[in-house]
Design a protein around this ligand. Structure first.
Ligand code: FRU
Length: 486
């Protein structure tokens, strides 16, 4: 298919129609990346959750598949993960044809409505045909509930250290870690987070994985925890912790948690199991629970972020998690408009026309500490990004970016992102624009802001204002078209 409705993303994953939220079951098997997702096929607002399904060879071009998991007598199918049971520990498959096993939360609506607090349990299902058809385990749920109201979003991975399956499960204000030999019988082994991290809302969608610190052989573990509400710019957002995992327990030496993205629209993101070449690939849901149900699209609701590679890098003395579009992404970036050299005197500005602005990647190196950029269209909509390295602050303003009235919570004010630790000297700026989103990557993904936007027409120009005392010289300004992937 190929979609042309107003605001339809052309290079970000969207469901063909109806409501979508979190990415689920990210797993690679037999040359295909699977993307399952929270899906309600009967409406464009949230409802009884199913798992939608799509597959891709490169995480850019997706093929929609039939719904994978339907609600049953145990409840709706909430978020979770998928693994390939290579050693057939579950007995669901064989070693020659290992099962793909989905691990998810059952949400029993009747229990919730009856005022109970044990309505979320964990279930499993398996597929022997690469996710085409699924069988639920007859002894579901595999983890019951002893009275924890928010008890969900299992992320399972093979734990080399303890030679078991490990499940991360969130329980309201903390993380629980459970281990299992066979994906069916689970034992709780540790907890994390009651006294650590942001607690402005419920903990959701955990993930935990090892990463090598770039340029060294040292491995650290990164824990992702989404929280709703309580994100720095309002609503839902994803924090992370860097630490160690001994096979049973996660510990962090960090004093403060950090955020993977300081824009408003990157939530519930998790990473792939079994991705080739040890690549750690992240996909987030490009929306925010503050207004997700009200965004102005008609046929479908919301998109995923572009797939991003996660890396750990030391900048100065500080270790940070970087997230940046995958190399694969570049294959869909068309030949650049020739690079241009742009010079802007202090306090002056320069208007640079854009050719492919609805579907583009713009990239340049910023040589001065302070500059403001804004996108404009003929309709007078504008979207502004102010980088102030003296104040160590980025301010993003989408208050006049087009259709913003559908919710009071969409743009009550500007968004701020602290940039305390940029290296000295010029920094790379990458801006990905699609029909209803802008992703901003500063210094290769050290600082990132992802936002939905609903401009009344395409942005036609970017204006750069030099707010520094020295002349701004950009040697490498390029605007590329990003091809549609449908
Ligand atoms: C996160 C979340 C999860 C839950 C799912 C329900 O966005 O609230 O915690 O499993 O959405 O759709």
């Amino acid at each position: 298919g190929y979609y042309t409705e107003k605001y339809r993303s052309q290079y970000h994953f969207t469901p063909e129609e109806k409501w979508m939220n979190d990415p689920n079951g990210l797993v690679y098997k037999d040359s295909l990346y699977h993307l399952f997702y929270q899906y309600y096929p009967d409406s464009t607002v949230w409802g009884p959750m199913h798992w939608g399904h799509a597959v891709s060879k490169d995480m850019m071009v997706w093929k929609h598949k039939p719904i994978a998991l339907f609600p049953d007598e145990n409840g709706f199918i909430f978020s979770g993960s998928a693994v390939v049971d290579h050693n057939n520990t579950s007995g669901f498959g064989t070693k020659d044809n290992p099962a793909m096993v989905a691990i998810f939360t059952y949400h029993d609506m009747e229990g919730e409505q009856a005022g109970k607090n044990d309505f979320q349990t964990q279930g499993i299902a398996y597929s022997l045909d690469n996710g085409e058809s699924w069988t639920k385990y007859e002894k579901n749920p595999v983890i019951g509930n002893t009275g924890i109201k928010d008890f969900r979003d299992p992320k399972v991975f093979w734990n080399d250290k303890a030679e078991v399956w490990t499940m991360l499960l969130v329980a309201g204000d903390h993380l629980q870690i459970w281990n299992s030999p066979n994906l069916k019988e689970w034992e709780k082994v540790s907890e994390f987070g009651k006294e650590t991290g942001a607690h402005g809302g419920v903990w959701e969608c955990p993930d935990l994985f090892p990463l090598k610190i770039e340029g060294t052989d040292e491995v650290k573990w990164v824990l992702l925890i989404s929280i709703n509400p309580g994100a720095p710019n309002g609503g839902s957002g994803t924090q992370y912790f860097i630490g160690d995992f001994d096979g049973t327990t996660f510990t962090t030496d960090q004093v403060d948690h950090k955020w993977i993205d300081l824009g408003r629209d990157n939530y519930a993101g998790v990473t792939y199991n079994d991705a080739p070449n040890n690549e750690r690939v992240f996909i987030g849901w490009m929306s925010n629970w503050d207004y997700a149900r009200e965004t102005p699209t008609e046929k479908w609701r919301s998109a995923m972020t572009v797939p991003r590679a996660l890396t750990l890098r030391k900048v100065g003395n500080e270790l940070s998690l970087f997230n940046y579009p995958l190399e694969n992404f570049e294959k869909h970036v068309a030949l650049a408009y020739p690079e241009s050299r742009i010079k802007i005197l202090p306090t002056r500005k320069r208007i640079i026309p854009l050719k492919y602005s609805n579907q583009s990647k713009t990239k340049f190196t910023l040589s001065v500490p302070n500059a403001q950029m804004y996108f404009r269209n003929k309709n007078g909509d504008s979207l502004s990004i102010d980088i102030d390295r003296d104040k160590k602050l980025v301010t993003l303003d989408r208050r006049k970016s087009g259709n913003v009235d559908f919710s009071d919570k969409f743009s009550p004010g500007v968004q701020q992102m602290k940039i305390p630790n940029l290296p000295d000297g010029p920094i790379e700026i990458v801006l990905l624009l699609d029909h209803s989103s802008l992703e901003l990557f500063i210094n290769g993904g050290q600082y990132v802001m992802t936002n939905q936007i609903f401009p009344n027409e395409f942005f036609r120009a970017i204006t750069i204002i030099n707010n520094s005392e020295e002349e701004l010289v950009i040697e490498d300004f390029t605007e590329h078209k990003v091809e549609r992937v449908w």
